[in-house]
Design a binder for this molecule. Sequence first.
Ligand SMILES: O=C(O)CCC(=O)C(=O)O
Ligand SMILES: [Fe+2]
Length: 213
Amino acid sequence: MSEIFEQLDFVENPLYERIINDLLEHKHSVVEDFFSAELVQGLRNSLLLKYEEDEFKKAAIGNKLNETIEKSIRGDFILWLNEKEANSAEQEFFKNINDLVSYLNKTCFLGILQKEFHYALYPQGTFYKRHLDTFQNDDRRKLSMVCYLNEEDWQVDYGGELVLYFNENGIETEKRIYPFPGRMVIFESQFLEHEVKPVVQRRLSITGWLKTR
Ligand SMILES: O=C(O)CCC(=O)C(=O)O
Ligand SMILES: [Fe+2]
């Protein structure tokens, strides 16, 4: 295998290989240091600045064809990122994402042609009920990604854990993932139902999807 890679002038990336194996075997992957601590801090600062400048809006459920604001389902505030107008932290973020995408496309033939990312802020007391990230009228989302931007002193009792639900031969299991700063979770959008448990202290993240077409 590595000989073929050498012929194609291809450099194997151990972290990306681990992510791919995790996705194949477990439909999800958790990575602690995908982005540098400086970048996580830069993204957190940029999120907070934009939130304070009132740029965020209440998140809706469903896509443009099916948009309802429903506080009983999700309570976060979001701001979509625009790669063309990205600040320096966001440019660095997209550079990392684009590198992963090109690796995935070269090695897994996933055909990722589009991506969309938003900042999210969950105020105290909010949550996101169990759901799937693909819409009924649109299944282009292949991989969901979340990177947590909480403060360095973030603690488990601040809540807001992500719960992933797995179903193997009719038996359901769950995995709780706490939003430690810098932690990134990648999972298969079409298969894994998940939820965000109630948040005790404001919770910060950047969430996105890698999509076909
Ligand atoms: O923030 C998380 O952990 C997950 C967010 C989520 O499920 C979503 O935005 O669709
Ligand atoms: Fe989701």
